[in-house]
Design a protein around this ligand. Structure first.
Ligand SMILES: [Zn+2]
Length: 433
């Protein structure tokens, strides 16, 4: 059924697309309305770029500043400065009020608190909150971006910062609880023996602040969070409730619902979410490519899209970084003395091209371990869809068939792996080997 809400969502997405022509004062960035709102369209990168050295870094940082602004601002707060908004009363952060553009109904203007869009059911005005601001202030979009950024920086607008603070407290508490459960809890014994069999020491587990979680533990955690003053609605908004339901489903399906949690940190070192790693020997590769709980992704979708899992800040590293296929590989390689591995997304360009492509634009030199059997027409075609600069920074190391880098490291030793990495070849050479 085509509901009013679906119509609102669709039109909001179309409205968001109206930002297209105005973004990127140097004409370098292009955005398109996709799904929940605005997303960076990496296919917009010029294939035949004549960018001077260093120019691309400026471009990426410009895009990131723009994305941070979109994530940080709060449409209800911004639009609420011009019209009186009241919550729609359905526990969402949606609000409604009179439309300043047509002055028809008393509550024809709807503001979606999740994707920061607005839509008038009478005059059909709609778009992102920045569109609203530009229109009501009579500014161009780039002027309104500058102006809203100033309002955020001076503290006139709070944006989502208060919610981020609450989220950070919740996620720190989850980390503390999960880590304590691994070290002292009854369930921790099973997980610790799996970690031990993987060759990972207690020191490494401590270094990564590993934890465990199961449905039973999550129920205890929920009670602890309630006792700390967090409401059920808040836990839902931050994705904790959805995460717990996934664990409940897993338990009902008869699967082992106990999993390791690998805290994922941003560049400032704050935990933004967790990767999960299954601990059944038969399913050693069972892991989640997504990070949980979903909170940070719900609050800051664009910044969440830039998070990577590693033992260092890949952007600060002058050394080559090594792409790995699982978050757990980062831990295994660190244990073996290789601390420059990074997990960005599953290494499948057909599915994760945008996320990988974005990382490749920022890192300096990247080594990608591949199996000869993976280097087929589809793989090369997907690679060639990346920018020339990204391809130029990539080097490939061939892995023995059926073997992962951590297994090779364990068998051959660190010195042998370093020799293999030093011999990594560019794409052209890979195709002719
Ligand atoms: Zn209107």
């Amino acid at each position: 059924m085509f509901t009013r809400r679906a119509l609102f969502k669709m039109l909001a997405a179309i409205g968001a697309g109206s930002l297209l022509p105005a973004v990127g004062e140097n004409g370098m960035a292009r955005f398109s309305g996709i799904g929940e709102g605005l997303a960076f369209d990496s296919s917009a990168q010029p294939r035949d770029s004549r960018a001077k050295p260093g120019e691309q870094a400026v471009e990426v940082s410009g895009i990131e500043q723009w994305e941070d602004l979109l994530d940080d601002l709060d449409a209800v707060e911004l639009i609420g400065r011009y019209i009186s908004l009241r919550p729609t009363g359905d526990e969402s952060r949606n609000s409604k009020g009179p439309c300043p553009f047509c002055r028809q109904g008393a509550d024809s203007l709807l503001v979606d608190g999740r994707d920061d869009s607005y839509f008038c059911t009478d005059c059909l005005a709609g778009g992102h909150a920045l569109d609203f601001y530009a229109r009501i202030e009579g500014l161009s979009l780039s002027e309104s971006v500058r102006s809203v950024r100033r309002l955020m920086e001076s503290g006139v607008l709070q944006g989502k910062r208060p919610r981020l603070k609450r989220f950070q407290c919740i996620i720190d508490e989850i980390n503390r609880f999960a880590h304590e459960s691994l070290i002292h809890g009854r369930e921790g014994v099973l997980a610790s023996s799996w970690i031990d069999r993987q060759g990972v020491t207690a020191e490494t587990a401590e270094h990564f602040s590993l934890g465990i979680m199961s449905y039973a533990l999550a129920e205890q955690l929920r009670e602890r969070l309630f006792a700390m003053g967090y409401s059920k609605n808040e836990l839902e908004q931050f994705g904790v409730e959805g995460w717990i339901s996934c664990m409940e489903d897993r338990m009902r399906d008869g699967a082992l619902d106990l999993a390791l949690l690998l805290p994922l940190r941003n560049a400032e070192g704050c935990i933004c979410g967790f990767y999960e790693q299954g601990i059944e020997d038969a399913a050693g590769s069972l892991w989640s490519g997504d990070f949980l709980p979903y909170g940070f992704k719900l609050l800051f979708p664009r910044q969440a899209g830039r998070l990577v899992f590693s033992n260092f800040d890949p952007r600060d590293s002058a050394r080559a970084v090594v792409l790995v296929g699982r978050p757990w590989d980062v831990v295994l390689l660190a244990q073996g003395g290789m601390d420059h591995a990074v997990y960005v997304s599953p290494l499948d360009l057909a599915d994760c091209r945008d996320r990988l492509g974005r990382f490749l634009m920022c890192a300096r030199k990247i080594i990608w371990p591949v199996h000869r059997s993976e280097v087929n027409v589809g793989f090369v075609r997907n690679l060639l869809s990346l920018s020339d600069q990204s391809i130029g920074r990539l080097a490939f190391m061939l892995l023995p068939e059926g073997e992962r880098l951590p297994e090779l490291l364990r068998r051959e030793g660190l010195a042998a792996i370093q020799t293999c990495l030093a011999g990594a070849v560019p794409l052209k050479a890979l195709l002719w080997v």
